[in-house]
Design a protein around this ligand. Sequence first.
Ligand code: ADP
Ligand code: MG
Length: 320
Amino acid sequence: MMIELQNLYKKYGSKVVINGITEKIETGEFFVILGPSGAGKTTLLRILAGIEKLDNGKIIVDGKDVTNLPPEKRNVAMVFQNYALYPNMTVYDNIAFPLKMRHMKKDEIEKRIDRIATLLKIKDILHSPVTKISGGQQQRVAIARAIVRDPSFYLLDEPLSNLDARVRFTARGELKRIQKELNGTFIYVTHDQKEAMSLADRIAVLHEGIFEQVGKPEELYEYPKTKWIGEFIGDFPMNFLPGSIINEDGIEIGFRPEWTLLGGEFKGIVESIESVGENIYLFCKVKDSSVVIFSKQRYDVGDEVSFSITKYRKFKDGIL
Ligand code: ADP
Ligand code: MG
């Protein structure tokens, strides 16, 4: 199930939201579309589902042009951010609903629900009313309902954003496992770079209507194509200093906090400190710039630190 996006273009009124997206998504791929709020992620998913019409471009699924097919003919599963379960039904009936709508036989419905419930580990709550189960369980039921039909691919719009941090963490692992077991093609939208990094086979960064970079998580982290992506990806934004500090004018050097070592030729003043587990990140003033330095050692605000840069990338006019 190869999905080809060919020069997709979409505007609302005079506002261009999707401005020429071309990409191929492979069978069985966990493809994450990452971008800030308002970037057009939901719009793009709605276009793929057939709910929203394109102004230009084509969507080809397995060689077949589906651009003008209505949603019910596309056989895609979509899980929304604000999933709505039918509150007066049991878990079982919620999942069965889309199958009943398709007049599937009762024993076939039972078989499918049994398989999906095992996959999602919700067998023990199948006969509970959906109002009596936890938020995390409701999320699973929503996913179960969306995927029970054996769709050709799966569209997920920030499906974990309503869960609290701890549950979200385990839910990520579960989603990844489900995707592997289904061998499904997942197109997953999020604004959370951490989530994208942990889930994706490949990430597409949606910025200003285009995929500014598409690559494996580690590629985006190591070689961000633009300064903007360097700042957007990573637990801390990439640091930038003028090229003059390495005696090169007209460029900037970008480096991660982890690409620094304490001691060395550069000097900064600690302005604030953040601890993440055993690691300490020092926010320092270096000449006119602010940079974050990785440290295992405690410092106080106002201390002077010297550091060296073990690895850096060169950017010219904001581009790698
Ligand atoms: P995201 O999901 O990345 O937060 P959206 O796709 O929801 O972004 O929205 C992208 C932009 O398109 C936003 O500026 C939003 O206001 C606008 N937009 C979305 N849907 C509509 C619509 N139906 N009519 C007009 N503008 C819309
Ligand atoms: Mg959205």
